[in-house]
Design a protein around this ligand. Structure first.
Ligand SMILES: NC(=O)c1ccc[n+]([C@@H]2O[C@H](COP(=O)([O-])OP(=O)(O)OC[C@H]3O[C@@H](n4cnc5c(N)ncnc54)[C@H](O)[C@@H]3O)[C@@H](O)[C@H]2O)c1
Length: 337
């Protein structure tokens, strides 16, 4: 039985608490949060104890920590937890700064402790099936990947201001999905972005609508489309075109009823947002982490995967700002000091 400490009892921390508590080989023992009431409330729901983050990290009876705190705390907590001999599952993104994330990766590697990054979409049954069909050669040679990822509504501007921007906060999931499906990093990234949904987002220095085009060494192309607003729900679709066919992962709908009448054919909307759409994926993600920590499998998403996606977000941010394509090699160059 793995004894787990959860750092952060906010939106996503609460989701992870359920998965940890429901798993037959993990036990939620301690919860921390900067707001004491939040930690105490969540701990009480699961028979755990509310404690300080650093106290949990220092406790030798805790085997692993799940970091679900705001992004600007991730690298510090990963370093502290791995140095204390803990296995770590940390929410995306690894950091707001690529340079800091790379330093964190190096420090964590020194400790030899396993670290997984919370790219939950890799554990979505539809996307897993699409990958396995592509790898099985069922559409021949993959040539063009298209990822659509639209949120139902933008977050408050106060969130936008500390989020690191759309490419680091939101499209990071899609960068990782492209890496997962393509099995390689792109060589070049071009991005355009606009604040067309909410001008306040533009005034905060961010975009709410963006398209990224990525090219690969072997000639493949991937396109990612993001919007912070799709009035019909959470739109999460993937399409992969290959030499022998097409794979499509459609949205999961609120129900499977289709109404056909003289007026037309209609159906239900996509599920509302990430909590509804990806709940099975969060549980599968936790199960994969437990299996990896127990030595049954390799770590399915590494800190290196988290750094790679952040480097792509960095390239896209630079490209959107400059209007020029950005070579991944330029972004990945170690920052010489
Ligand atoms: N994988 C996903 O689908 C997904 C979804 C949402 C959020 N996230 C990521 O999860 C992280 C948290 O996002 P959220 O939406 O849950 O935010 P949130 O603000 O709802 O929750 C964060 C919590 O952390 C607490 N906190 C702050 N500093 C802390 C510290 N040092 N120790 C302990 N607790 C601390 C805050 O009080 C807050 O309750 C972000 O990095 C975000 O990018 C991932």
């Amino acid at each position: 039985m793995l004894r787990i400490g959860l750092l952060g009892a906010g939106r996503i921390g609460r989701v992870h608490a359920q998965a940890i508590a429901a798993h037959p080989h993990s036990q939620l023992c301690a919860v921390s949060d900067a707001i004491a009431d939040a930690a105490e409330g969540l701990a009480a729901e699961h028979g755990a104890t509310a404690r300080d983050s650093m106290e949990i990290i220092a406790d030798p009876s805790i085997d692993a920590v799940l970091i679900a705190t705001p992004t600007d705390t991730h690298s510090d907590l990963i370093e502290a937890a791995t140095a204390a001999g803990k296995a770590v599952l940390c929410e995306k993104p690894v950091d707001l700064s690529l340079e800091r994330a790379m330093a964190c990766q190096a420090a964590a590697a020194e400790t030899g402790q396993p670290v997984m990054v919370g790219f939950n979409r890799r554990f979505d049954p539809s996307f897993t099936a699409l990958k396995s069909a592509a790898e099985g050669g069922e559409i021949g040679k993959p040539e063009l990947l298209s990822i659509t990822s639209f949120d139902p509504a933008p977050p408050p501007v106060n969130y936008i201001k500390v989020s690191g921007g759309l490419f680091r906060d939101m499209m990071i999931h899609d960068f990782d999905m492209a890496n997962y499906l393509m099995g390689q990093l792109p060589v070049q990234i071009s991005a355009v972005g606009t604040a067309i949904v909410d001008p306040e987002i533009g005034r905060a220095g961010d975009v709410d609508t963006a398209v990224v085009t990525m090219t690969y060494a072997d000639g493949m192309i991937a396109v990612i489309k993001n919007s912070r607003r799709a009035v019909y729900g959470y739109d999460q679709r993937i399409e992969m075109l290959g030499s022998d066919g097409l794979l499509q992962a459609h949205n999961i709908l609120e129900n499977a009823v289709v109404k056909s009448t003289a007026n037309g054919v209609t159906g239900a909307k996509p599920t509302y947002f990430f909590l509804e759409r990806y709940m099975p994926a969060y549980r599968a993600e936790w199960d994969a982490f437990v299996k990896a920590v127990q030595g049954e499998t390799a770590m399915p998403v590494t800190l290196g995967d988290g750094v790679a996606a952040l480097a792509m977000a960095e390239a896209a941010t630079r490209s959107a700002q400059s209007g020029q394509p950005v070579a991944m090699a330029d972004v990945l160059k170690p920052v010489a000091k």
